[in-house]
Ligand binder design. Structure first.
Ligand code: G3H
Ligand code: 13P
Ligand code: NA
Ligand code: ZN
Length: 328
């Protein structure tokens, strides 16, 4: 059954759990997430980026989601636009049947520069007004994701910019968050606190200096009802790095967001936890393993089935770790 982000996160707040939002691009990812949700009795957020919509096509994405809704009728599913960069992106997602959209006004639409506060307020407010009129939820973003170690604004995955930012720009201002949420009426707010997209988040296991969980705490003190969103929340587990590298991959040693830090965030009102990199690594690690161990194999299913199972295992772990399990 399809639900909105607002409905799901209100329930998460009441019961004190977090919901991982996994990125989807294809059938195997969607099936892996739904199988994990059934195994753990967890509600689901499936999120599609602009890149995912371009890769698969809106009809393919939405029909696949309709298909798993029929296959898994007991699981509530929110279909969310990840990182909408413009009103047009958000409106076409709503038209396609998404029940939630992210208007990411933290960057200009071309993602080349940090946006002004007025631009972010204005575009997010407009999208929220239109979305709410048709029963769709909205996630906004305040503050720029990027590394507190290097000051680099992020561009890990091709979108985002290359410049250097101050610590101020890389951390959401809690007082500004109050103003932003009050004026835009967003249902959820993505905040900047030192996480970034992709595999290369930290050069060491993060402490409070480079992963500023205290920002979530400060916003939660001011706005205890607000649903916070953590982007760049992959943990980049050592085991997945090892699987990838043992099978011919080349990934330099890196550190992600430890699961126990996310669990602390959930206590501070973090309700939606965005994870893509871990999913990618789990699947491509297994594809590499099959390719290395069975060079004679050319049945694509023999590659994708173990990859699906690896993603399913990761999703089960996150549903259990975030307290989503048992909440469907
Ligand atoms: O925000 C980034 C997500 O990992 C989606 O990545 O834009 O390459 O699909 P993508
Ligand atoms: P990761 O790259 O850490 O998985 O973050 C994904 C994300 O934030 C998608 O919006
Ligand atoms: Na999002
Ligand atoms: Zn993100």
């Amino acid at each position: 059954a399809r639900i909105t982000l607002r409905q799901l996160l209100d329930h998460a707040a009441e019961e004190g759990y977090g919901v991982p939002a996994f990125n989807i691009n294809n059938m195997e990812q969607i099936l892996a997430i739904m199988q994990a949700a059934r195994l753990t009795d967890a509600p689901v957020i499936l999120q599609a980026s602009r890149g995912a919509r371009a890769y698969a096509g809106d009809a393919m994405i939405t029909k696949m989601v309709e298909a798993v809704e029929a296959m898994y009728p007991e699981i509530p599913v929110c279909l969310h636009q990840d990182h909408g960069n413009s009103e047009a992106t958000c409106f076409s997602a709503i038209q396609a049947g998404f029940t939630s959209v992210m208007m990411d006004g933290s960057l200009e639409a071309d993602a080349a520069t940090p946006a002004s506060y007025d631009y972010n307020l204005s575009i997010t407010g407009k999208v929220t007004e239109a979305a709410h009129a048709v029963g769709v939820s909205v996630e906004g973003e305040l503050g720029c994701l990027g590394s507190l170690e290097s000051g680099k604004g992020e561009k890990e995955d091709g979108h985002g910019f290359d410049g250097t930012l101050s610590r101020d720009q890389l951390l959401t201002d809690p007082d500004q968050a109050v103003d932003f949420v009050t004026r835009t009426k967003v249902d959820a707010l993505a905040i900047a606190m030192g996480t970034s997209h992709g595999a290369y988040k930290f050069s060491r296991k993060p402490d409070g200096e480079i992963l500023a969980m205290q920002v979530a705490q400060a916003i939660n003190e001011r706005l205890p009802e607000l649903h916070l969103v953590m982007h760049g929340s992959s943990s980049v587990p050592q085991a997945l790095q090892d699987l990838f590298n043992a099978n011919g991959g080349a990934m330099p040693q890196t550190f992600g967001v430890p699961v126990e830090e996310i669990q602390r965030g959930i206590a501070y009102g973090v309700r939606k936890i965005n994870i893509d990199t871990d999913c990618r690594l789990a699947m491509t690690g297994m594809v590499r393993k099959t390719a290395r161990e069975q060079p004679e194999e050319f049945d694509l299913r023999k590659f994708l089935k173990p990859a699906l199972e690896a993603l399913r295992k990761l999703c089960v772990e996150r549903y259990e770790q975030f307290g989503t399990a048992g909440q469907a």
